[in-house]
Design a protein around this ligand. Structure first.
Ligand code: HEC
Length: 124
């Protein structure tokens, strides 16, 4: 019993409880400025595995296009300001364009489509 006194005495517990409470209050206060929902976009993404798309994008695309669409390779377009449709992106990802390599041999079409939907979200 004696060696617990310093660490977990009543004063220590009160202090811990108080700091948890402050933390929770701060967390609650900041939840009001979330993005409004985008019903149209969310419907377009129905049936798309965005978690898988994000993984594949990181592995196969981010070396040139950057983690969030901001180009790493100087000649790669900025995906945040691209104006292409999902269909056009699907075609470029599958068949390549200029110095961008085609991906249809390493990704199936469902995954390519998922990535095309995923990269549209960089535009916000
Ligand atoms: C080796 C570097 C490289 C890799 C890897 C790469 N890209 Fe590209 N990408 C480019 C380049 C360069 C262009 C410009 C092609 C052109 O217009 O000649 C481009 C163009 C594009 C475009 C057209 C954008 C626009 O507005 O014109 C999209 C969309 C795109 N890439 C998506 C992807 C996705 C998704 C992946 C992963 C599956 C990927 N890219 C992998 C280099 C790359």
């Amino acid at each position: 019993m004696r060696h617990f006194e310093g660490l977990t005495g009543p004063k220590g517990l009160v202090f811990l409880g108080a700091s948890c409470l402050v933390f929770l209050l701060v967390q609650c206060g900041s939840s009001s400025d979330e993005d409004p929902p985008h019903p149209a976009k969310d419907m377009g993404a129905a049936g798309v595995d965005l978690a898988n798309a994000s993984r594949q994008y990181t592995m196969k695309c981010s070396v040139c296009h950057g983690e969030d669409g901001a180009p790493v390779l100087a000649s790669a377009p900025d995906l945040r300001t691209s104006t292409l449709s999902v269909e056009e992106c699907v075609a470029i990802i599958a068949y390549g364009k200029g110095t961008m390599p085609p991906h249809r041999d390493m990704l199936d079409m469902a995954t390519i489509r998922g990535i095309a939907v995923y990269i549209e979200k960089f535009r916000n």
